[in-house]
Design a protein around this ligand. Structure first.
Ligand code: 0A1
Ligand code: ZN
Length: 878
């Protein structure tokens, strides 16, 4: 059988539901292979609803029986196909439908609906997983009140959790027990959750500002409770922050989080019962790195913040996904910025945006932040919806100012509370409070592609006029050949040659808070009485998600690196200076010449070492990645030349500043015990990046320090940073260190994941063989998403030269694994396929090989709709 493409769903076809659901009573009796679900669902016709057959969604559930108002229905009363159950006739008056279904959680390898993760029963219902539990109107604009009764064998599942507050629990005959949970807040089915199993709880409490006592619980597998305390601490900080900054208070008596080890994504915001990938909960100084701690803090906050932006106010349909996701990402970014260093957080977020979203936006999978159509909604949990969605919120805040932004958000949360809203509902609140017309701004939601903004400067020493000419252009994307100008806030600053900020921008009538709003294709800004040509610092703080083109000289960059008062643009100046040299170096290598690098850049870097914000200096010193270089080059990419140029550049820097950094490195070693806070993490980040640079320039000195650190480190950050440097230098010492690491952490899957990834990303020709061998390591499993992503995902997405091997073996290997994974977990397979999204930008031979691999996937029979959707779009000629 050929793959069947799933149906195209269009935003323009949205229709209000004909039926509404008021209450859902679920009674779930758990068994590994034969779970029984009794759903009592109360339906009534919607106010303007059309009476007719009732069509419910369903997916891989086995129907046992169906009753209307307790009257059992014969098989002739309904029609079942692969995706629906249609009741031919129902009462017109409100009625209760009782549906009994049978599930096999142990066989649920898709990890959607009710499944077993190791010994834990858990659910994942976003986006369309609830229909895998019972037949339902599984769409987010159906909001109902849920009561959940869970029944299980007490020995297997002593802990029984669901959404809302615990109402009752008790023992039943023969070693069974039950719990009843009630969630008073109406919610869509995608926020339903239940968990049952042997779990350990780390408890806490939180008192909201109006005095509600909330009992907090972080549930983890037995034996891991000593790794949950940072998650609890982050949760409490997030709860306080959301009250202080946005006035959002928690609204139940219980807030529980469960960590499971088999999970398709990062985490899920189910009402009152968040379920997390354990990677984003478990941490101890010996097992987690500083980056892990920062991720845990951000994701805990993200899921918690959804309680208002997503749960209390949800999305009318899945096209509005960015309504909850973009806004909640913005909120978690702000939280992390307040908890840590704002500048460093902004830099990290922009790096993510460029490396993931810009890439998506310039390739075959480009789509608007609010897509107009989809075939498989799982494929739209993308960097565009999340990260670009957050950038739109950030621009909105810049355009209308902090005060109106906060007022607008409060209005939105109160006006739309308990409803399923749209982007229009959201923007209307901000337009209302700020008295601004946001209709042009709203284009950001509907137009895909990254705008290119160019700024040309003209200075006339005679007239003392200084003019900036702005131009914007968005390249075509699939299905959108023509683009319109967008509203782009461009934060501007000016610096003189002594590195001092000038006040040129203080009173210009077209600048508001130093922001120029470019809302036409071209525009200009003129300043008079300017004594000498200033240095332009544009797009400060990365005020809009665009690609900026200016004609900046290296001299100007050097001044910005040392003196820009905007930390983001100081960092940006180092990046563009480095990129320019790396691109030139790549071209030299490709044409057989020896690259020559600019020593002034290295001097500028050395000067930054005198600063005291270590985390920020570490960012300045971090070279653009191979993918950054590839993205900047854009076409005919030769990954080998990029890798070699970057390596040579790092050696060049290391040689030139090796000795001073060796000294700084030693000074940064702390004798105090590990703390995961931003300050200590910044110190470690700087120390470890210096160690890497030093090792490149002076391998003997650098590697000696590195091996010492590897052996003596009392925390995973330093130990793994050392191992990552060691991994770059082939030889017995490397293999020994790698083996020793695996031996030490053989019982900790999350630490072994780091070890898998590290080896998968070694940019050497032997890596593919190494990855193949690692697949038979006892710690590896094809069926666990974290393992698969750590080894195969890391190889495909973070090893530019080896995934894109000249012989095409990297593509063939990954394609085979995608096909294999597709049979058990289509969502994970489809995500992995994303690794191919830059295939058209490769040089011609690799391009042909990548295309052949994609075509081999496309030709496969019985592809899932997830993979078929991605591969079709990936290969489409636009
Ligand atoms: N709403 C979650 C993301 C998420 C989406 C789908 C999932 O299904 C496997 C899981 C999680 C978030 O934004 O965190
Ligand atoms: Zn989210």
């Amino acid at each position: 059988m050929r793959t069947e493409r799933s149906q195209l769903i269009r935003l323009s076809d949205y229709q209000k539901p004909n039926w509404l659901i008021e209450n859902v009573h679920l009674d779930i009796t758990l068994d590994d292979e034969d779970t029984r679900v009794i759903a009592n669902i109360s339906f009534r016709l919607a106010p303007n609803g059309e009476y007719g057959p009732l069509v419910l969604d369903g997916d891989e559930v086995v129907l046992e029986s169906l009753a209307i108002d307790e009257i059992l229905q014969p098989a002739s009363a309904y029609i079942i196909d692969q995706k629906t159950l249609t009741l031919r006739e129902t009462p017109r008056a409100p009625f209760v439908l009782t549906i009994v279904t049978r599930l096999n959680p142990a066989a649920n390898t898709k990890l959607m609906g009710l499944y077993k993760s190791q010994v834990i029963y858990c659910t994942q219902c976003e986006a369309e997983g609830f229909r895998r539990i019972t037949y339902f109107l599984d769409r987010p604009d159906i909001m109902a009140i849920y009561t959940t009764r869970i029944v299980a064998k007490k020995a297997d599942a002593p802990v029984l959790l669901a959404n809302g507050n615990l109402m009752q629990e008790g023992d039943l005959p023969d070693g069974w027990h039950y719990a009843i949970w009630y969630d008073p807040h109406p919610k869509p089915s995608y926020l339903f959750a239940m968990v049952a199993g042997s779990l350990q709880k780390l408890g806490g409490t939180f008192t909201t500002r109006s005095g509600r006592h909330v009992s907090l619980g972080i549930y983890v597998e037995i034996g891991k409770e000593n790794q949950a305390s940072y998650a609890l601490d982050a949760l409490i900080r997030a709860m306080r922050w959301d009250e202080d900054v946005f006035g959002c208070e928690y609204d139940l008596d219980v807030f529980n989080i469960v960590a499971v080890s088999d999970f398709n994504m990062g985490a899920m915001e189910n009402k009152g019962l968040n379920i997390f990938n354990d990677k984003y909960i478990l941490a101890s100084p010996q097992t987690a790195t500083d980056i892990d701690y920062a991720n845990i803090e951000a994701i805990i906050a993200h899921e918690y913040f959804h309680n208002w932006t997503g749960n209390r106010v949800t999305c009318r349909d899945w096209f509005q996904l960015c309504l909850k996701e973009g806004l909640t990402v913005y909120r978690d970014q702000e939280f992390s910025a307040d908890q840590r260093s704002r500048a460093v957080k902004r830099i990290a977020d922009v790096k993510t945006l460029r490396s993931q979203q810009f890439i998506e936006d310039s390739g075959p999978l480009a789509h608007p932040v609010r897509p107009k159509e989809y075939r498989e909604i799982n494929n739209f949990y993308t960097p565009t919806v999340y990260e670009k969605g957050a950038e739109i919120i950030r621009m909105l805040q810049l355009l209308i100012g902090e005060k109106y932004f906060r007022e607008g958000l409060s209005l939105y949360l109160s006006r739309c509370d308990g409803t399923a809203a749209t982007i229009e509902d959201f923007l209307a609140c901000f337009a209302e409070v700020s008295h601004r017309d946001l209709s042009h701004f709203a284009k950001w939601y509907d137009q895909a592609g990254t705008p290119r903004v160019s700024i040309d400067e003209y200075y006339d020493p005679e007239t003392k006029n200084y003019r900036l000419n702005f131009h914007q252009e968005t390249p075509p994307t699939p299905g959108q050949p023509q683009k319109e100008p967008l509203v782009i806030p461009i934060a501007l600053g000016f610096i003189n040659r002594e590195g001092i900020e000038t006040s040129l921008n203080a009173s210009h009538p077209r600048l508001n808070n130093n922001i120029f709003v470019l809302d036409k294709k071209t525009d200009a800004l003129t300043f008079s009485n300017v004594e000498s040509k200033p240095i332009l610092s544009a797009l400060r703080g990365f005020s809009a998600p665009v690609i900026l083109e200016t004609a900046m000289t290296d001299d100007d960059r050097l001044i910005l690196i040392s003196s820009d008062s905007d930390p983001f643009n100081r960092w940006q100046a180092t990046q563009s200076y480095a990129l320019k040299q790396l691109i030139a170096g790549t071209r030299d290598i490709f044409s057989g010449a020896t690259p020559e690098f600019d020593p002034r850049f290295v001097d500028a870097l050395a000067t930054t070492l005198k600063g005291s914000d270590y985390a920020f200096i570490a960012q300045l010193l971090a070279l653009p990645s191979e993918s950054d270089i590839a993205r900047e080059i854009g076409i005919d990419i030769d990954p080998d030349s990029i890798r070699d140029a970057r390596l040579l550049f790092k050696q060049f820097i290391g040689k030139q500043i090796g000795h001073p950094i060796g000294e700084t490195c030693k000074k940064l070693v702390s004798t105090e015990s590990y703390k995961p806070d931003a300050k200590d993490a910044g110190r470690r980040a700087l120390k470890n990046i210096l160690l890497d640079i030093l090792s490149s320039g002076y391998p003997e000195t650098g590697l000696k320090l590195t091996f010492d650190q590897y052996q003596t480190a009392d925390n995973m950050t330093d130990r793994f940073a050392a191992l990552s440097i060691i991994a770059q230098y082939p030889g017995d010492a490397r293999e020994e260190a790698l083996n020793q690491f695996a031996e030490t952490y053989r019982n900790d899957p999350l630490v072994l994941d780091k070890w898998f990834s590290l080896q998968a990303t070694i940019p050497e020709d032997e890596t593919l063989d190494r990855v193949r061998k690692l697949m038979s390591h006892p710690g590896f499993s094809m069926r666990n998403p974290n393992r698969l992503r750590s080894l195969i995902g890391a190889f495909a997405t973070s090893n530019l030269s080896q995934f894109n091997r000249k012989d095409g073996a990297g593509y063939e290997f990954v394609a085979r694994i995608i096909l294999d994974t597709d049979r058990s977990n289509p969502q994970v397979a489809a995500r992995m396929l994303g690794a191919f999204k830059t295939w058209r930008s490769l040089e011609k031979e690799r391009r042909a090989l990548a295309q052949a691999a994609l075509q081999s996937i496309e030709r496969q029979e019985n592809l899932s709709s997830d993979v078929s959707d991605i591969v079709t779009r990936m290969l489409a000629e636009n």
